[in-house]
Design a protein around this ligand. Structure first.
Ligand code: NG6
Ligand code: CA
Length: 533
């Protein structure tokens, strides 16, 4: 094992940065297990969810991309199942992650739209979470990377210079090393175990989403300070690392992240957690910053594909996957580790920075054959690349076209590890473990998809129904086809994806899918009417 770790260190020194070579020490918070039982002979697998941000169905070679290389993800797909009809819960991050971690649709809960960096914690401590399921089943649990589900008890009341009053530790995660929201939102620091990592006492942190702090530069007033990336829309408030952000902040000093090192920091902490808990079952929610904006990958990923920073960020994501897998192999844990890889929503090309992503796209289709992408009610909003691999139990080389949704992962994984879901917990999540592990190809009867304007589409294997909803047909800043229309839309999914609206030809189907959606909403929704009448 020692030899293995040394090899790893040498590898990181040679190919990684110094930051990733100097692995952090994960504090012991979960119970340590005694004995030397081989981790691979245990019944309970380790479980890692590798959750990319804004990675589209067509962004990986194993899902059809040709203008970027993703060898590590390809190998992961070869070792297990490639899902071709898998859905995120929403077309944006916060509601999608909320549903994934609670097993409850976001429309049932307040404040689940794209969260500010100073949002209070959205999932409340009394709610049952995926981390609780694993913890109750005896696992060590971690959340590493992008969080975007709020921190502290209340909006805007956090003291970033002290221990936060609420954090993932209150939701069943033994360990966390997270970005509060997104890389384009303040505060631009990592939070570890409820406080700012590398806290700099000489630079107290203040955050506001209302007004700037006197004397602090902003992207709007000081564009000359945007030496790393300029905005294409929005992102003109505080400047950190030569990049304009959403939200204002002051201070941070040496705790401020450098965007080019974010992937390295996330990988280093993930590896450190795996090493620490290699002798007991562990669950890691590993949510990468890639490929969200600002895309500002490390130098060693730049210029190796024709698509500029967006392509480089995909390559950096692939590297992350490779680092985690090679560490598992090194420690002899790969066989009995279940890896689920997916994304929180569909892709977007220009999401607010001048990174030349549109210009350099070439023939690349970020959403593959699906229409539109992030934010949209069309399929590109929620169809996401999804891979499941568990060498010990799941047959390699499979493809599954079963209609599946991330909403079911909590109940399915709970069934796998023998965790009991308490009454009232994860009520939207169904145990579909057999499908997740490739043992059957059972379609979910229907999948709900939440667009950025809250429209709730219903997708079955055959049909896609988009209810009438308000908003423009094109979201201009991102050049996204929204899928919003005052008319009901029905598409035959066995034909060309969402090309011809045949709602008027099939009123009965529209009625059935509409009532399906309404029944779900009637079970409980904080939106009085998520759709226009
Ligand atoms: C939008 C941001 C976009 C991205 C998104 C959230 C602007 C102009 N656009 O409001 O850049 O941050 O929110 O993305 O500010 S998500 O994947 O986390 O949902
Ligand atoms: Ca996202």
């Amino acid at each position: 094992m020692y030899f293995c770790s040394m090899m790893k260190k040498e590898h990181l020194l040679r190919y990684g940065t110094l930051a990733s070579a100097l692995l952090p020490l994960v504090p012991v918070t979960a119970k340590e297990k005694k004995g030397n039982a081989s981790a691979d002979n245990r019944q309970q697998p380790n479980v890692i969810i590798i959750y990319a941000d804004d990675l589209g169905y067509g962004d990986l070679e194993c899902f059809g991309a040709t203008r970027v290389k993703t060898p590590n993800v390809n190998a992961l797909a070869d070792s297990g199942i490639r899902f071709t009809n898998a859905h995120a819960i929403a077309a944006t991050s916060t509601p999608s992650r909320y549903g994934l971690l609670t097993g409850e649709y976001a429309f049932r809960h307040p404040n689940t739209d794209i969260a500010r960096g100073n949002a209070g914690m959205i999932i409340r401590p009394e709610q049952f979470t995926m981390a609780d399921a694993f913890k109750h089943a005896g696992y060590a649990t971690a959340a590493i990377g992008k969080w975007h589900l709020g921190l502290g008890d209340k909006d805007a009341e956090q003291d970033w210079n002290a221990q936060l009053s609420m954090h993932p530790g209150d939701l069943g995660f033994d360990y966390h090393y997270i970005m509060a929201a997104t890389a384009d939102r303040t505060p631009c620091v990592f939070i570890e175990q409820g406080h700012v990592a590398n806290y700099d006492e000489t630079a107290p942190i203040l955050v506001s989403y209302e007004e700037n702090f006197p004397g602090e530069p902003t992207g709007k007033e000081n564009p000359e300070l945007l030496f790393n990336l300029k905005a294409s829309h929005g992102h003109n408030q505080s400047i950190v690392n030569g990049i304009g952000r959403i939200g204002y902040m002051k201070g941070g000093g040496k705790a401020l992240w450098k965007d080019e090192n974010i992937a390295d920091s996330i990988v280093a902490h993930a590896i450190s957690f795996i090493r620490k808990y290699q002798k007991e079952p562990f669950f890691m929610y590993l949510a990468t910053n890639d490929v969200h904006v600002p895309r500002f990958p490390h130098d060693r990923f730049r210029g190796k594909n024709p698509m500029g920073f967006r392509g480089d960020a995909i390559a950096q994501f692939d590297w992350t996957v490779g680092q985690v897998i090679s560490e598992l192999k090194c420690l002899g844990l790969r066989e009995n580790t279940l890896i689920v890889l997916s994304s929180d929503n569909g892709p977007v090309v220009d999401d607010g920075y001048q990174d030349r992503a549109v210009e350099l796209l070439g023939g690349h289709h970020p959403a593959g054959p699906y229409r539109s992408g992030k934010y949209s009610a069309f399929e590109g909003g929620t169809v996401v690349p999804t891979i499941v691999s568990w060498p010990k139990r799941v047959k390699a080389g499979q493809e599954s076209d079963a209609l599946v949704s991330q909403i079911d992962w909590l109940a399915s994984l709970s069934a796998l590890i023998g965790a009991r879901i308490p009454k009232g917990g994860a009520e939207d999540s169904q145990n579909r473990l057999g499908t997740l592990l490739g043992e059957d190809r059972t379609d979910r009867p229907y999948v709900l998809e939440q667009a950025a304007n809250h429209a709730l589409s219903v997708r079955t294997k055959e049909w896609k129904y988009i209810p009438p909803s308000p908003g423009p047909a094109i979201l201009h800043s991102t050049n996204t086809e929204s899928g919003y229309s005052r008319e009901p839309q029905l598409y035959d999914m066995q034909k060309a994806y969402e090309q011809e609206n045949i709602a008027t030809q099939h009123p009965q189907v529209v009625l059935e899918l509409k009532s399906c959606m309404e029944k779900e909403v009637a079970k409980g929704s904080v939106y009085s009417s998520p759709v226009s009448k």
